[in-house]
Design a protein around this ligand. Structure first.
Ligand code: ADP
Length: 605
């Protein structure tokens, strides 16, 4: 969180607002508002045909009021004609209400879905392009929830809340308006229960929502217990902790039952309570209303209208209080999304950055210093030059800054001071993508995507032909094991696909690099953890890959180091020694010490 806030502090003024998101859909929103108005009016008109029948057909009251004047002028005062009109009006009102409600729901859902799509696209693209320093400090779970649940909250608010609230407010205030218009004193009596009704509906709906949220949270926890156990089932079995894990799940599950029952009991209390309050209101209305009807100060139809409105009143109230919840969720989600979208990249293309030409592969660090956190310097004034085609090894104790050095070359991070030059030009003057397109990586841990081998090898050059891929696999000593797999090159690998051994993964990584054929090659101990047989195959493949390329390799193993033309020894963020293997051995410094230590280990003495 704080990373985002910090970044926000010095970011530009680019603001995301809801209006901007809704603007492309303004036509649909206008139609939806019309539908909402139609729905509200239909809701209000719904008891009017009944009133008409009661007052003007059964009781022969003179027709008064503008609406009635209109009816009189068009239908006449003939009773049968009025009955017919009332019946048809009932149908028309129901039809208008149904049509408007459908249109409103369809249109708002469609706007909600489109806004969700737009937001998802924007956010995903932005997050993917944010610098590694941002990703280092964010938890991926948190980012995932921003792209999924937070966007969902906004979508559901737009779909159900935004215009839904308008329908409810229109209906609620419309009903009150009509009641006041007919008889304001009686309205005050009828509405005397409204505050109680509102209070009950509001507090209960909130409590129900809160309980529902707890249920969902508990379900999430259960899910993560299950996920954790299933994904580390080997550990669970190895330590014979099945019973413990079983109990953990059962405890969570029991807690979830308790919370769910609490939520249910709240829900079960709400509607009887509402009914009682509405019944109190109805009793008051009947008590006073019937007398007023007898005194002829109120028509029977108006009395029925009051009763119907009173019964209908609690629904919009309930919806409105639900809406406050949807709104607050959407608001939180919106803030969280905005935080990410307004975070700027640390590593940016400079305004005049140009595309890197075809590089020769000279790499030069000129007094480069770097830190991840301001108060802990990692690299201190590192300078070195690697000539085109040269193989350079970086050695040193772990934590000394080797990976940091190689991460600066493709500009995963930019140096804090000093300059990195590629082919004698400051790397910052090149567009990042054009620079990275000319660098290949073989790292310790090769990540495979859930895709066929074909696609995995061609990941860095999707336009590669099948022939290119085959050739790369052969050069990488990978072809033999690939053709022995169940579906050869079509075998799915990666998560939930066929698993490959460490050596096989490395050879796929080498094939990936071969197919890219870039002038610069960066490797992080590509033979770490391999047995002798695999190592031999990997080394053969690496020799073919490195031919004619500038190669920078973090090396632990002597076999890798000896192949290097120049060796840089890094300690505490500085280059403390440099030279060829023989030179460094002769000077008897840090390198010779590391060498002897490892030589003794490897020869078993
Ligand atoms: P080496 O590759 O030599 O083992 P690294 O370059 O990985 O060393 O790390 C050098 C130092 O930088 C270590 O102290 C490590 O904790 C720190 N470091 C590495 N990566 C990050 C990061 N992304 N954020 C913060 N500190 C980091």
């Amino acid at each position: 969180m704080s990373v985002i806030k910090d970044n926000l502090a010095h970011s530009g003024k680019k603001k995301l607002n809801l209006g901007q998101l809704l603007k492309p859909h303004s036509k649909q929103i206008v139609f939806a508002i019309l539908a909402v108005i139609g729905e509200g009016v239909a809701n209000l008109l719904q008891p009017w045909p009944l009133k008409l029948i009661l007052d003007n057909v059964l009781r022969s009251r003179p027709m008064e009021g503008r609406l009635n004047d209109l009816i009189l002028a068009n239908v006449g005062s003939d009773k049968l004609a009025l009955v017919k009109f009332a019946a048809i009006a009932s149908l028309v009102i129901a039809a208008v209400s149904a049509l408007c409600s459908y249109a409103e729901k369809y249109l708002t859902t469609s706007v909600g879905q489109w806004v969700m799509h737009d937001l998802r696209r924007m956010l995903y693209s932005h997050i993917q392009r944010l610098s590694l320093s941002f990703h280092d400090q964010m938890q991926s779970g948190d980012l995932i929830s921003r792209v999924t649940s937070d966007i969902d909250a906004i979508q559901s608010f737009i779909t159900s809340g935004l215009l839904g609230a308008l329908v409810n407010i229109l209906t609620l205030f419309g009903m009150m308006g009509v009641m006041f218009y007919i008889n304001w004193k009686f309205t005050l009596i009828a509405l005397s229960v409204a505050p109680a009704l509102f209070l009950v509906v509001y507090t209960y709906t909130r409590r129900i929502k809160k309980a529902a949220r707890e249920v969902r949270k508990k379900e999430g926890e259960i899910l993560s217990v299950i996920q954790e156990v299933f994904s580390s089932i080997r550990v669970v079995k190895a330590f014979a902790r099945e019973d413990y894990e079983q109990k953990r799940l059962e405890d969570e599950s029991l807690e979830s039952i308790e919370i769910a029952l609490r939520a249910r009991s709240l829900k079960a209390k709400l509607s009887p309570l509402v009914e009682i309050i509405v019944a109190c209101g109805t009793a008051l209305v009947l008590w006073f209303g019937a007398r007023m009807v007898m005194d002829d100060t109120l028509s029977a139809g108006s009395l029925v209208l009051f009763i119907v409105y009173l019964g209908k009143m609690y629904k919009p109230m309930q919806e409105l209080s639900k809406m406050t919840d949807a709104y607050s969720k959407a608001d939180v989600g919106y803030e969280r999304i905005r935080e990410v979208l307004e975070t700027e990249r640390d590593v940016k293309d400079l305004p005049g950055a140009r595309k890197a030409p075809k590089l020769k592969g000279k790499v030069e660090f000129d007094n480069v210093s770097f830190h991840y956190q301001p108060d802990s310097p990692i690299l201190k004034e590192v300078s070195f030059t690697i000539e085109p085609g040269q193989v350079a090894a970086i050695v040193g104790p772990s934590g000394s800054g080797k990976s940091t050095i190689i991460g600066l070359i493709p500009r995963f991070y930019d140096p804090v001071s000093g300059v990195i030059k590629i082919d004698d030009v400051n790397a910052r003057l090149y567009k990042q993508q054009s620079l990275r397109q000319q660098i290949s990586f073989v790292l310790q841990d090769t990540l495979l995507f859930h895709a066929p081998i074909w696609t995995n090898i061609a990941y860095g050059r999707p336009e590669a032909t099948r022939e290119d891929i085959l050739r790369a696999a052969e050069l990488a000593n990978a072809h033999e094991f690939i053709v022995e797999m169940p579906q050869g090159y079509d075998t799915m690998v990666g998560e939930r696909g066929v698993t490959l051994s460490g050596g096989q993964r490395q050879r796929i990584a080498i094939a990936r690099a071969i197919i890219r054929d870039t002038p610069l090659l960066i490797m992080d101990e590509p033979s770490a953890g391999l047995d002798a047989a695999s190592e031999k195959l990997v080394f053969e493949a690496l020799d073919r890959l490195m031919k004619g390329k500038t190669s920078i390799v973090i090396a632990h193993r002597l076999s890798t180091i000896r192949a290097a033309g120049v060796i840089f020894v890094v300690k505490d963020g500085r280059i403390v020694e440099r030279g060829s293997h023989d030179e460094l051995m002769q000077s008897r410094g840090v390198y010779a010490e590391l060498h002897d230590l490892q030589f003794n280990k490897e020869s078993g003495t």
